[in-house]
Design a protein around this ligand. Sequence first.
Ligand SMILES: NC(=O)c1ccc[n+]([C@@H]2O[C@H](COP(=O)([O-])OP(=O)(O)OC[C@H]3O[C@@H](n4cnc5c(N)ncnc54)[C@H](OP(=O)(O)O)[C@@H]3O)[C@@H](O)[C@H]2O)c1
Length: 292
Amino acid sequence: MLERRSFGSTGLDVSIVGLGAGQIGEVDVTEAEAAEVLNGALDLGVTLVDTAASYGLSEERVGRHLGHRRDEFVLSTKGGPKINGQRDWSPGSVLESIERSLRLTGSERLDIFYLHSCPVEILRRGDLQDTLDKAVDAGKIGVAGYSGDNEALAFAVESGRFGAIETSVNIADQWNLRNVLGQRPEQGVIAKRPIANAPWRFPQRPVGNYAELYWERLQALDLDPGAMDWAEFALRFTVYAPGVHTAIVGTAKLAHLQENITAASRGPLEAGALQSIDNAWRTVGSEWPAST
Ligand SMILES: NC(=O)c1ccc[n+]([C@@H]2O[C@H](COP(=O)([O-])OP(=O)(O)OC[C@H]3O[C@@H](n4cnc5c(N)ncnc54)[C@H](OP(=O)(O)O)[C@@H]3O)[C@@H](O)[C@H]2O)c1
């Protein structure tokens, strides 16, 4: 069975590999493909599905295809701002966002709701944290979360106002891991982008692609996965990184999810591999901020 961990002190249990449901939000993924990966994930023992208001069709597809299995997984979603030319981070927008996610996912309660990449200057106001607390009291959300990176993540963690954190952690993105995680063991921690957007798929620099930054960093790190394939090497690093409870690999392909579960179940990387990643990071990566 796919290993599960306690998600901080939230009372939730999560599988060590979750489904990143960003990809199933794309219009070129069919309903049948979305249904297959969502249901296949639960059948394989995945108990965490991560989506967001901004992931296209994702939330409504989670509702459509997993509504009948809602008690089998932890639903993690993100939102907050209303976009009217610029981002409106008002308490009213956050409440609207929660209501919309409830409706689209067909849920009575969102197990975890994150302020999605909320800037630190907005977090400093404190009113959105109050709004989330009220939503918890009203039973609309289970756990108040923050999703982001760097200084804003550090502020969110230190404030103690969030029960859950979602942040970038992978072989090519270690700022959050090294500088922030581990300070508050009571917080649940989800690693996003856990295989660094799989940049090894591109023999040449993928200019303009989401994976370009990590492609460039992997070139500089010059790591060697040895006999392992890259996805396994990258995922085993993230899943067993200190402070991480679960890694949400993004895919719309059930075969890839199956491979990722098999890889993660092999356990942590050996000490020699971890040492070489650490050496490479200290040599070329120590000044790199987290990708936002
Ligand atoms: N909070 C935020 O701001 C934020 C930002 C980014 C991501 N996220 C969340 O984190 C999730 C994961 O992040 P991500 O998708 O950006 O990065 P990721 O999980 O590191 O990489 C996903 C990419 O890897 C490929 N892939 C997955 N398994 C593979 C395998 N076994 N072999 C080869 N390629 C494989 C996928 O392609 P295929 O589709 O071909 O499998 C996809 O292109 C998202 O779905 C989302 O839920 C949150």
